[in-house]
Write a protein that binds this ligand. Structure first.
Ligand SMILES: Cc1cc2nc3c(=O)[nH]c(=O)nc-3n(C[C@H](O)[C@H](O)[C@H](O)COP(=O)(O)OP(=O)(O)OC[C@H]3O[C@@H](n4cnc5c(N)ncnc54)[C@H](O)[C@@H]3O)c2cc1C
Length: 405
């Protein structure tokens, strides 16, 4: 998050103003550039901050009842919003609560966390309180509410490994529901929640750019202990001096992950030492998952990773599911680099307003004055170059609002 929004209004006011949307009122509302980590995007018609669950539900219901487009926003770290902005209501949950429901060495820990809670602060608390299973997810920006939407993952862990259930407001049925793990159908950077943006009972994308299910709270189950879950990512294992599959002290895992992420510009910007490599939405493209025979056609040195089910298996520990032998995940960063796009690449040269990060080819960055259109132009160039070279179409990871590649 980069700035405090200009003004807080109630759901009813917001929807009324969204409908009226005179120029003066629009100016009074924050630009999405102030609410997103890519720092691009024009104004929203209306903006609501919810401080209770009832306010959150009311704001969502009011927008839906009025037929206003709705954008539920967390940290804005996985969004690319158009320069025209968002012609609807932006709603943000500002509650930050972690409730411990149970904690004992036999059953482990069970916590209920509000959607607005900052994700990395939860990880910090988990490591301090010896809750195991999210230490490798240190440093991911954004909120707990958004974490299960795209099943955040990094360094061999995914949030799917610890989610027990999610309490949601179901916009289609206008009621609160509890979705257990089995219904959430997690996959690589996806879930029922994410897929629900595109599916309505009538067909079509009526909920987009937010899910049909608005996350109110997330219930997590974690083992207790000082040692991490088995390390599943070779680069992290090397940094920790352990073998893949071994455990390490969770505090060391967190420190190592933060260090690795810092070196790649994959932490949020520090306002005291601004770094444009961090003005991004993280990885802009997901790692392509391709059929095993398509992966055989890639150059011999292209990375090939096993594709695991997000659901933990009984034998491999809390974060590692069974391997699917028919699928292979390759590296979007490798494809981008080997298609000729180097770190710092810009469509109009290195001084372009939007370039690849100078530390990591997978992050598209705003060098200070970029527009959403310039980010899109860069994304298209990279996607098309990879398609021409390898026949693989990269898919954007962020949610695109009012723009398309
Ligand atoms: C520097 C950087 C590094 C990153 N590294 C990683 C990484 O390693 N792994 C990874 O997986 N991601 C990574 N990301 C992406 C991003 O941090 C995650 O996707 C994060 O979960 C987004 O959270 P948010 O609160 O910012 O969501 P937002 O960007 O605000 O919203 C994203 C989507 O989630 C929806 N949403 C938000 N809140 C709710 C809610 N309460 N209920 C329902 N829907 C909701 C929004 O409507 C939108 O569709 C990175 C991003 C940045 C900027």
């Amino acid at each position: 998050m980069t700035a405090t929004p200009a003004r807080r209004v109630s759901a009813v006011e917001a929807v009324a103003e969204g409908g009226a949307s005179g120029a003066g009122e629009v100016l009074d509302q924050p630009a999405l550039a102030e609410l997103t980590t890519l720092r691009v995007g024009g104004p929203a018609d209306a903006y609501v901050e919810a401080t209770t669950e009832a306010e959150l539900v009311d704001a969502v219901r009011a927008a839906d009842d009025a037929g206003e487009p709705l954008l539920v926003i967390g940290g804005g770290s996985n969004l690319l919003v158009s320069d025209e902005g968002f012609g609807g209501v932006v709603v943000r949950d500002v509650r930050a609560e972690i409730r411990i429901d149970a904690e004992d060495t036999c059953g482990g820990g069970s916590m209920t966390v509000t959607a607005g809670q900052d994700w990395d602060q939860l990880v910090e608390r988990a490591v301090a309180q010896e809750w195991v299973g999210i230490e490798a997810l240190s440093g991911i920006p954004g909120t707990v509410g958004a974490a299960p939407v795209q099943n955040i993952g990094a360094y061999g862990q995914e949030v799917a490994g610890v989610v027990a259930s999610v309490r949601v407001w179901d916009r289609a049925e206008s009621r609160i529901r509890n979705l257990p793990l089995i219904d959430l159908a997690f996959g690589y950077r996806t879930s029922l929640l994410k897929r629900s943006m595109h599916a309505s009972p009538e067909g079509g994308d009526i909920w987009y750019p937010s899910p049909r299910y608005v996350v109110l709270e997330v219930n997590l189950q974690m083992r207790l202990g000082t040692l991490s879950a088995p390390i599943a990512y070779p680069e992290l294992a090397r940094r920790l001096g352990v073998q893949v599959g071994e455990r390490a002290p969770s505090a060391e895992v967190r420190a190592a992950v933060l260090e690795l992420r810092g070196g790649k510009g994959m932490l949020l910007d520090d306002p005291t030492a601004p770094d444009h490599d961090r003005w991004s939405a993280g990885s802009f493209f997901t790692n392509p998952v391709v059929a095993a025979d398509q992966a055989d056609l890639l150059p011999a040195d292209a990375p090939r990773f096993p594709v695991r089910s997000a659901l933990p298996s009984r034998t491999t520990g809390p974060s590692l599911g069974e391997i699917d032998p028919t699928l292979v995940k390759t590296s979007a960063a490798w494809l981008i680099e080997h298609a000729g796009f180097t770190k710092g690449f810009g469509v109009h040269g290195p001084a372009s307003a939007a370039t690849l990060s100078t530390k990591h080819t997978l992050a598209l960055t705003n060098r200070g004055g970029a527009s959403a259109a310039e980010i899109v132009e860069l994304a298209r160039a990279v996607r098309d170059g990879v398609l021409d070279t390898f026949g693989i179409e990269l898919v954007p990871e962020p949610v695109l609002v009012g723009v398309a590649l």
